[in-house]
Write a protein that binds this ligand. Structure first.
Ligand SMILES: Nc1nc2c(ncn2[C@@H]2O[C@H](COP(=O)(O)OP(=O)(O)O)[C@@H](O)[C@H]2O)c(=O)[nH]1
Ligand SMILES: [Mg+2]
Length: 217
């Protein structure tokens, strides 16, 4: 990756991203069935990924909160979709994790029942960030979800997490492997975002990319 001076467009996008994500963010609902989904029509984005990949940490980092996403998780209700509203302009969905149990196939099938219906039937959903653990790369359970998203034409942005845990050489290899695999996925956004919620890498870029979905309107 090269480090070039940002263009005016990039600078403006980052500024808007920074502004948007500094707005008040509030927990809306933990949805356990389709009827619970907020009936707001504002632009929506979702965060999906395996359990423990860093979804809640990334939402907290983006919104500058310490425990926004985590505190709303009711133990034992891991299948709930948690919604947060940001400044009345953006709805953020923290989706339940998949692939944790030893039978990934079964977990992904259960995951797709509610989450699949949500992802495929939500017109205001503009982008799904699919989080992939930067230490491990794409796993089979991720591939199943990517296939489901491809088949349903749900556009997703692959975001590598925990890059602070991986040395640079390994990270470069991981990025090129993941980018190569993404080429065969029709609904995958061509960009790849590399993040660390701990160190802050990629947070500004991701804010800018997501805020652009709001400013486009
Ligand atoms: N080193 C490091 N740890 C992280 C990062 N993001 C998340 N974690 C840790 O990974 C674990 C799971 O994170 P969490 O956000 O709860 O994952 P979720 O299940 O996908 O919501 C927690 O112990 C986090 O502190 C990161 O960027 N770097
Ligand atoms: Mg979580």
């Amino acid at each position: 990756m090269t480090d070039t001076a940002p263009s005016d467009d990039t600078r403006q996008a980052r500024e808007f991203g920074r502004w948007l994500f500094s707005q008040t963010c509030t927990f809306v609902i933990g949805a356990v069935k389709l009827d619970d989904l907020p009936d707001s029509e504002i632009t929506e984005i979702a965060f999906a990924g395996r359990s423990n990949v860093g979804k809640s940490s990334l939402i907290n980092a983006l919104t500058n909160h310490k425990d926004l996403a985590r505190t709303s998780n009711t133990p034992g209700r891991t299948q709930q979709l948690n919604f947060f509203e940001l400044g009345g302009k953006l709805m953020i969905a923290d989706l339940p994790g998949y692939g944790y149990a030893r039978a990934p196939r079964e977990t992904v099938r259960q995951w797709t029942d509610l989450v699949g219906d949500y992802l495929q039937g939500r017109p205001q959903l503009r982008r799904t960030c699919l989080l992939i653990d930067g230490r491990h790369g794409i796993k089979d359970s991720d591939r199943e979800v990517m296939k489901m998203l491809d088949d349903a034409a749900v556009s997703y942005l692959v975001t590598l997490t925990k890059c602070d845990k991986v040395n640079q050489a390994e990270m470069e290899k991981r990025i090129s492997d993941v980018a190569e695999e993404l080429k065969s996925h029709v609904a995958a956004h061509p960009d790849l975002i590399v993040t660390s919620s701990v160190r802050g890498d990629g947070i500004e870029s991701l804010r800018a990319a997501l805020a652009a979905l709001v400013s486009e309107r």
